[in-house]
Design a protein around this ligand. Sequence first.
Ligand SMILES: Cc1cc2nc3c(=O)[nH]c(=O)nc-3n(C[C@H](O)[C@H](O)[C@H](O)COP(=O)(O)OP(=O)(O)OC[C@H]3O[C@@H](n4cnc5c(N)ncnc54)[C@H](O)[C@@H]3O)c2cc1C
Length: 463
Amino acid sequence: MSTALLAAAQADFVTALGADRVFTDPDTLTLYSHDETAKACRPDAVLFPASHAHVVALVKVALAHHIALVPRAGGSGNVGGALPVTGSVVVSFECMRRIIEFNPADRYMVVEPGVVTADIDQLARQHGLFYPPDPGSAPYCRIGGNLAMNAAGPRAVKYGVTRDYVLGLRAVTGAGAEIRTGCRTTKGVTGYDLTRLLVGSEGTLALITEATVRLMPAPEARATLRVCYASNVAACQAVARVMQQAVIPCALEFMDQRSIAAIQAAGAATDLPHGTQALLMVEADGVTTDLPRQIAALSAALRGDGMLQLLEAANASEVAALWQARKALSHAVKRIAPLKINEDVVVPVSRLAELVAHIDTLALDTGLPVVSFGHAGNGNLHVNFMVDPANSRQLEHARASLQSLFAKVLALGGTLSGEHGIGTEKRDYMHLEVDAQTMDLLRVIKAQFDPQGLLNPGKLLSA
Ligand SMILES: Cc1cc2nc3c(=O)[nH]c(=O)nc-3n(C[C@H](O)[C@H](O)[C@H](O)COP(=O)(O)OP(=O)(O)OC[C@H]3O[C@@H](n4cnc5c(N)ncnc54)[C@H](O)[C@@H]3O)c2cc1C
């Protein structure tokens, strides 16, 4: 943006929002120049709207001056979704954090996009309800980011993902139109399902200013199993057996040997049997009296070739320690190498063993440390290629490994991303999964919502 244009636009943003909501000082610009990727780009300004009306007003200014807007919630995304582009203005939703309505009787909550995800769950639990989507980042990510990325977590295997818990949205499109989608009831088929279109649209179609999220009755009790295996493949075969029987666990998490080493460094699971190469964390929830039946069924499925040990966590503090270590894994693995190339692939659970065998071969062939863990019950693995960015040979190996990983995932009937989204990081691989005609339709939809292409340009679709 030219200096003159920036000055004019800045004055209009100040008129629209007030001077205390428009920041251009170097410290703020630097603070908002990055997300969880190792990349950074300074925006020209950061805006902090406090209401839906503010968002309508700032989009009008952006349209008048043709300024790109980059929405941002908690900044914890790992595909560059909230990363500014040159000449852009960041719209931070941190100040829009009101719970507008909480209706326990009809099991919904109306929230602004800046509400921290864990706070929704916490408030719901005070009334015997809960909010099922549980990304590892829940204590600091915000519902706006979860909606835009269709976030999920361990509980997705039983309860589903963010999209399954959104009844309706209020938003402002890139054309400045104020829209409301969906309804407040658990059934509703009036018109096209724009709610499902906006959830997972990565801030490229509209700025979400309000969401009506669905709540569920909180389970009475839960039980956790820790199961050790002699190989990754043995653990993944057990996952497939679990998902073929009738009891659905509320978490079925996989960790390979390097992940285990990372959680052990954090003080958890230090007592594993000799020869453990892979670990499953399996959890069941429901009515207290039904838990023994669920655990018996799950244990039967988990036993098989290569199983070394199956333990039920003895108490709540053991369960908490295991989950704390699991949730800290994303950060813990960064100690292995300076750059983490973090993939988030999904395959049908019956093909998971084939995928981990392929990943094992990639690690062996390239000599790169590869750390795999994740939501195995959904067939969703976080595959982390750990590299030194100064080592061009390692970078080359990582690039080739990515191509090979994606080709394998698609050949197994899977998809490139299960929950992290596309952003800038996977945009250039979209064509591997989405055919040309379907891509054209995505662009038509984008142009309809955002004719000037101002909302999060270069994310999900190439600019
Ligand atoms: C340690 C760690 C663990 C993680 N674990 C998980 C996990 O288990 N599951 C999972 O799914 N993800 C996980 N993530 C990734 C990340 O937390 C999620 O993608 C999360 O949904 C991002 O939320 P945020 O509030 O930080 O959003 P941001 O990173 O700020 O933004 C994410 C996207 O949303 C857009 N956006 C933000 N607000 C709005 C709005 N109001 N309207 C329109 N678009 C908007 C942004 O432009 C961007 O494209 C993890 C990340 C970390 C660092």
